[in-house]
Ligand binder design. Structure first.
Ligand code: M6R
Length: 632
């Protein structure tokens, strides 16, 4: 996720900006940049790819940039490669975008978020003579502000609000205007931004930890507001350009908690970021109500020629493949094989150009997945990568790339990247089905409408997390957990089981429910927790009867099902209800309680083991003291 910082006051800005950016490094980034004003002089822009120390080296730790007002940015590529030209800040003037010194420009800016209609806005600006040096949506935003600023000869606040009315998507913007030295203008919609004040200094940041060292007095700029920031002072404006007052808040968190946004662990934070990750991913693939995969280069002709799909991945990404298999086969009627990358690379599977190999990977660097991609290419197949990290090796080497927009994932246990991959796979399945005329336009519209509702439904499940927290504390002593389901519910079970064992260290297995009786059922004994995933109408009764077989051996049962659809409360010990959606998309909702279960069980387990460690320490101390007393 990108980071924004800003400073205006009496001290040299660049070292403060670099320091603030360093406090956002945990969010991940691929390039960084600064723009600093020295009074009425032109802004100096410096940018660098890679780690922040490259930017610090380029500017002699900021000392080489004189000036008391500036903005800074760490970029996580969404539009265009990670490169110096695409790195922020961006400028309204005509230049190479190389970011190496004073730039003749009326507006300079940095941006977080995604501008969905940037292509349309760019075309408008091109018609008005603007020239673009980067592939970013940010350069479009900066030039659009410049356009209104000059066309209507209005002030920065009015130019920005005009721009906000035209922009669709999410953004946090920080801008400097040549004619307004010592001032920074900020605006936001659905992307965070705060402004801190201390004496005669003002700070800007997209996240609290960036400025916590300097001030704890902050304003939270509201959605669709503009802020005019000068040393020690901020004015706020609504979309009409009318001044509004905002309350000053004192931050009481410590820095580490702030980095985690108040969550105890990154995993929990990322679980909560899933609605946004799914929303961003869907918005990048569905524009104006229509699926738009043009950026992947997958043409209708290519899609019509596909005879077989092989999905190749590792771990949770492989589980996404398992879920996608059911959805693609059911909707598009294309045979799908799902292969573990570590196996696929050593197999001699016959394939040709009519086979499409889809590699799914969050990092885009997983060795087995990359090797599998290379094997597929050597065998002459067409390859598509579903990847989260822009410019990663898998993304670069695949013939076609479909990016998920989950942002950087810090926790090792994947959650939001998994959900973003599922959403991308669902959109792909619908697109394949529509192009191959397996579904009508009306059906496509219905399914897209359902997909668009998923983020809110995910948020609703998260609101009820306390029940799962309670259940986890009750079950934290369990030694074995089985996750069972059929069809898509089996794919969900695989991910639930991995999340559980990966972080709680409790043994767990995922089984296709009907397979359990072929031997493994002998492991079910009194107290074994069996979790049945029951989201598919056709298969629900069969899975419930498998659960009953487990119950007769003493298992404790939990069921995940949809509200009002299936009644399992009489049969199982604990039921989790999730909202209804199209059955093809159930994995996106059912996985959330399972992630929470894994997380809370592991937290409870960690508490248990630290309590056990404390008890054994107390025992040791007791015996040492006791022996010492008895020793003459
Ligand atoms: O970066 P990738 O998606 O290629 O990683 C694949 C797996 O290592 C990954 O999904 C792993 O299973 C998860 N981190 C588990 O939570």
């Amino acid at each position: 996720m990108c980071g924004i910082v800003g400073y205006t006051g009496h001290r040299q800005a660049a070292p403060i900006l670099l320091d603030s950016l360093s406090r956002l490094e945990y969010r991940g980034y691929d390039s960084a940049g600064l723009a600093v004003r020295n009074g009425t002089a032109l802004a100096e822009v410096v940018k660098a790819t890679g780690k922040l120390y490259h930017l610090a080296d380029k500017t002699d730790q900021g000392r080489a940039l004189t000036g008391n007002c500036g903005i800074g940015h760490t970029r996580w590529a969404t539009h265009g490669d990670p490169s110096v030209v695409n790195a922020h800040p961006h400028v309204s003037g005509n230049c190479s975008g190389s970011g190496s010194g004073a730039v003749e420009s009326d507006v300079v800016g940095v941006h977080n978020g995604i501008i969905e209609n940037y292509t349309e806005l760019k075309e408008k600006l091109l018609r008005h003579g603007y020239v673009f040096y980067s592939d970013t949506d940010t350069e479009v935003a900066v030039k659009l502000v410049d356009y209104y600023y000059k066309k209507y000869k209005i002030g920065p606040v009015d130019a920005i609000t005009r721009c906000m009315v035209r922009i669709r998507g999410s953004y946090a913007l920080a801008l400097m205007f040549k004619d307004y030295p010592d001032e920074i203008f900020a605006a936001r919609k659905d992307s965070p931004m705060i402004i801190g004040i201390q004496d005669q200094e003002s700070y800007l940041a997209s996240d609290v930890p960036a400025i916590l060292k300097y001030t704890r007095q902050v304003y939270y700029i509201d959605n669709l507001q503009v802020a005019r920031v000068s040393p020690g002072k901020v004015l706020f404006y609504d979309l009409n350009g009318d001044e509004v007052s905002m309350p000053l808040t004192e931050i009481t968190w410590d820095a580490e908690a702030a980095e985690k946004g108040g969550f105890e662990h990154f995993m929990l934070k990322e679980i909560h970021e899933q609605p946004q990750a799914v929303r961003d991913t869907l918005n990048s693939l569905v524009k104006d109500g229509r699926i738009d995969l043009s950026e992947t280069g997958l043409t209708d002709e290519i899609i019509q020629g596909i005879e077989q799909i092989d999905i190749v991945a590792c771990g949770s990404a492989w589980h996404v493949g398992m879920a996608a298999q059911y959805v693609i086969e059911d909707l598009a009627g294309i045979p799908v094989r799902v292969e573990l990358a570590s196996e696929f690379r050593y197999r001699n599977i016959p394939m040709d150009r009519k086979t499409m190999v889809i590699v799914i990977s969050q990092s885009g660097e997983t060795a087995d997945s990359l090797a599998a991609l290379r094997v597929a290419k050597e065998r002459g197949t067409m390859t598509l990568a579903i990847v989260n990290v822009i410019g990663s090796t898998i993304a670069r080497e695949a013939d076609h790339v479909l990016y998920t927009l989950a942002g950087p994932e810090i926790a090792v246990a994947t959650t939001k990247a998994y959900s973003a991959q599922l959403a991308a796979a669902d959109v792909l399945a619908i697109h394949l089905a529509r192009i191959r005329e397996k579904i009508t336009q009306e059906r496509e519209d219905e399914m897209l409408a359902e997909l668009a509702l998923l983020p809110d439904k995910m948020a609703r499940i998260l609101e009820e997390k306390e029940r799962l927290q309670w259940f986890s504390s009750k079950m934290a002593n369990t030694h074995d957990i089985f996750f069972i389901g059929r069809g898509l519910d089996y794919a969900i079970s695989l991910e639930g089981s991995l999340k559980m064992k990966e972080i709680s260290y409790i043994h767990s297995e995922a089984y296709a429910a009907g397979e359990l009786k072929h031997g493994t059922i002998s492991l079910i004994e009194t107290g074994t927790l069996v979790i049945g995933v029951l989201t598919q109408k056709e298969l629900y009764e069969k899975t419930v009867s498998n659960m009953m077989e487990c119950k007769s051996r003493g298992a404790y049962l939990m069921g995940i099902t949809t509200n009002g659809n299936f009644s399992v409360e009489d049969s199982v010990n604990f039921t989790v209800y999730i909202p209804k959606t199209d059955e093809h998309f159930m994995a996106s909702l059912a996985v959330i309680p399972l992630q929470l279960l894994g997380y809370y069980t592991s937290v409870k387990g960690a508490f248990r083991s630290s309590w056990a460690a404390a008890r054994s320490l107390l025992k040791t101390v007791h015996w040492t003291v006791f022996r010492a007393r008895r020793t003459p």
